[in-house]
Design a binder for this molecule. Structure first.
Ligand code: ATP
Ligand code: MG
Length: 425
């Protein structure tokens, strides 16, 4: 026997029993952002490696160790996209969508990161993301956050997620803060773990993000970014908080929230849940006013977020918030005999156009009534239609209730959709 070929570690199949929940999530995401006036943008799954190095930053987890990078046959260095913001900005610049304009955009699709696979963390995973370009004031930050809150409402997740908020200030403010932080970390070097020692000089803000509980006390005594904020960022942040208060959106200011990508400034936020163990961040975003220019465009302010769709699906499954129909059909047609098989083709077509919201399966593969009934039952259909050659010659068909104990009925073939409607279809 030939050896089975298996999927790549950390890259999942989404099986038919799970796709309804994914479709439910996708539908709510699409309809919500559409109601906020956002338009979809689609970009390739592969980009030049340089794009991610220049945007996400050389000294970040993603670029240092998580990217799927390879050279193609021309010798170009390409990378499977690890996130969408850089791609969106690249596309926006390339097509002149950003400068001097307001754009509200969203995207959805697979991302790739070579991480250690575990629950809620995969090598191919899916993000839904949204980016708003061209507006510098905090009203758009508030809009983006309000939209996410709206999503949780729609998904029934509002009681299970909470918002963490911080401001990273301007690049200059962050530089000054960084120096103060390094001085503090150097002073307590003996207490740091390997990861933090490595990051202390390359990307010291990321040390604040350490999940190691042994560092908690040390880090809570570290200088705080909020004490170093420039006046403009401080004002922006307090305006944002006022707007969120007004909108009734609760948040916790987390002075240690720094995010793992270099392009953020001013607002950063994360929605977290305690229901998923250590992979608790379901949505993360912030402002990135410098990125468009950094990638070759003209300076354009921007803010956005990305949410992890697998984590939301897991959350919906864990909390068992959604019941979705398991049936694949509403009506199952069982033709018995050669003439019936032929006639059933046009009957099925008639039902599909006359009852457009109903799913119709026409049994394939022949077999006796018992076999066909078994399939009909498995399909979850409510209405079974049995057509034998004799009934056909009389211009009739039998309606059998597959989910309730009711006597079967004989219906005329003429105007069948209307008769099924009369029977509750
Ligand atoms: P984490 O701290 O969990 O590694 P991150 O800061 O790397 O997250 P972002 O790059 O901000 O994550 O991505 C936004 C969201 O995408 C995350 O909040 C998470 O929900 C999801 N996500 C990120 N990496 C993965 C992954 N490997 N598998 C599944 N979901 C992921
Ligand atoms: Mg990560």
């Amino acid at each position: 026997m030939a050896k089975n070929i298996q999927a790549i570690r950390g890259m999942n199949d989404c099986l038919p029993q799970d796709t309804p929940l994914w479709q439910h999530l996708e539908q709510i995401l699409r309809s919500t952002v559409t109601r906020f006036g956002y338009s979809e943008i689609r970009f390739p799954i592969v980009e030049m490696t340089e794009l991610f190095k220049r945007s996400i930053g050389e000294v970040t987890d993603i670029v240092e160790k998580e990217m799927y990078t390879f050279s193609d046959r021309n010798g170009d260095s390409l990378t499977l996209r690890p996130e969408g913001t850089a791609c969106c900005v690249r596309a926006g610049n390339e097509h002149g969508l950003l400068y001097n304009q307001e754009q509200r955009l969203w995207y959805m699709g697979p991302m790739f990161r070579h991480e250690r696979p575990q629950k809620g963390r995969y090598r191919q995973f899916h993000q839904f993301g949204l980016e708003a370009f061209g507006i510098a004031s905090s009203d758009i930050d508030a809009e983006v956050i309000t939209l996410t809150a709206h999503l949780w409402q729609q998904l029934g997740l509002a009681p299970y997620v909470s918002l963490q908020l911080n401001s990273l200030g301007s690049n200059a403010a962050r530089k000054t803060y960084r120096q103060a932080l390094v001085v503090y970390l150097e002073r307590h070097q003996a207490l740091l773990d390997d990861d933090s020692l490595r990051r202390m000089h390359s990307n010291p803000l990321r040390v604040l993000d350490s999940k190691n509980p042994a560092l908690a006390e040390l880090l809570s005594g570290a200088p705080q970014l909020s004490d170093y904020l420039d006046a403009d960022s401080a004002e922006h942040f307090s305006q944002l908080k006022r707007r969120l208060d007004k909108a009734g959106i609760a948040y916790t200011v987390n002075p240690r929230l720094v995010r793992g990508l270099d392009y953020y400034n001013k607002t950063v936020f994360e929605w977290v849940t305690t229901e998923l163990g250590s992979q608790g961040t379901v949505c993360a975003g912030g402002r990135y006013d410098g990125l468009v220019e950094q990638l070759g465009g003209k300076s354009t302010p921007a803010v956005g977020f990305a949410l992890g769709m697998e984590r939301l699906v897991l959350l919906l499954q864990t909390l068992q918030l959604v019941t979705l129909p398991e049936a694949t059909a509403d009506i199952y047609i069982m033709p018995i005999g050669d003439a019936a098989e032929l006639a059933a083709i046009s009957i099925a077509e008639q039902l599909r156009s006359g009852l457009s919201s109903k799913r119709v399966i026409l049994h394939c593969g022949g077999g006796n009534l018992k076999k066909q009934m078994k399939r009909a039952d498995k399909s979850g259909a409510e209405w079974g239609l049995i057509l034998g050659d004799e009934e056909l010659s009389r211009g009739e068909i039998t309606l059998k209730w597959l989910r309730q104990d009711a006597p079967q009925q004989t219906l005329a073939l003429e105007n069948l959709p209307r008769q099924l409607i009369a029977n509750g279809c």
